[in-house]
Ligand binder design. Structure first.
Ligand SMILES: C[S@@+](CC[C@H](N)C(=O)[O-])C[C@H]1O[C@@H](n2cnc3c(N)ncnc32)[C@H](O)[C@@H]1O
Length: 235
């Protein structure tokens, strides 16, 4: 464990020197959310909501938390919870003026069905916000090529303080920059991309290679690790 900690510490310094600046995606997501006005919001694929996003905005309006995993949902602290699947939302149409989801689309086998469902429940002029990893990034490609048990093992090996409910098999069927920019059903109001590298390689002695790679693609968003997008439904 000491060796891992030492490697990680060296690699953190390596990142500071070589890699592009690292932005806190969670904080930026929360910051964007805070700017959205709504009466009724849907937190899609909320899980246990480890950062309390739903709770934070409950003061502004109703928040419905939806997830197919009862264990995650049970730990979620918002008052309105729905057990459900993004592909077939058990919700009536035109019911929300804000739908948001973070690290969910990479788990969906049929993302277009989920987008149709979001479109159905979103009111005219409503906002949809999504944070999604890029399926084209090496991290997603490695995750795609390795079994789910390996992902769990990798998290454990790194000593990442994570919960069973946060882990879900991945599909990476949607989330490339062209998926986001080509999504014509809504107006794309804002998009932000994050260059990487990921923390997941920080325990590797050759992490420096990933830092160099991240620097090389710094100005090529197509190869960045994740995207945050905000869409507006037509009025
Ligand atoms: C990596 S966790 C992210 C949880 C939470 N959004 C967050 O950012 O902390 C992925 C979540 O997607 C949910 N999920 C997986 N398949 C789903 C589906 N078909 N419909 C809705 N949510 C789904 C999982 O149950 C899990 O809560």
């Amino acid at each position: 464990m000491k060796v891992i900690a030492a490697i990680r510490s060296v690699n953190t310094r390596v990142d500071r020197v070589i890699a592009p600046p690292k932005y806190d995606r969670r904080e930026i997501f929360a910051f964007w959310m805070a700017a959205v006005d709504f009466d009724r919001a849907l937190h899609l694929g909320c899980g246990r909501d480890k950062d309390g996003l739903g709770k934070r905005i409950e003061t502004k309006g109703d928040v419905v938390a939806l997830d197919p995993n009862p264990a995650g949902l049970a730990k979620n602290e918002v008052s309105q919870k729905v057990l459900g699947d993004a592909h077939r939302l058990p919700l009536s149409g035109d019911a929300f003026d804000f739908v948001f989801c973070r690290y969910v689309f990479e788990h969906l086998p049929d993302p277009h069905a989920a987008l149709n469902e979001i479109d159905r429940v979103l009111r005219p002029g409503g906002t949809f916000m999504v944070l999604v990893p890029n399926p084209r990034h090496y991290y997603a490609r490695i995750a795609d090529a390795t079994p789910f048990w390996f992902h769990k093992l990798w998290f454990e090996f790194q000593g990442i303080d994570d919960h069973e409910e946060d882990r879900f098999p991945t599909e990476y069927a949607w989330g490339r920059l062209e998926d986001i920019e080509g999504c014509s059903r809504w107006e794309l109001e804002a998009v932000r991309s994050f260059p990487g590298p990921t923390n997941y390689t920080r325990v590797l002695p050759f992490h420096v290679l990933f830092s160099v790679l991240a620097r090389l693609v710094e100005h090529r968003p197509k190869y960045h690790v994740a995207y945050l997008a905000r869409f507006r439904a037509p009025r």
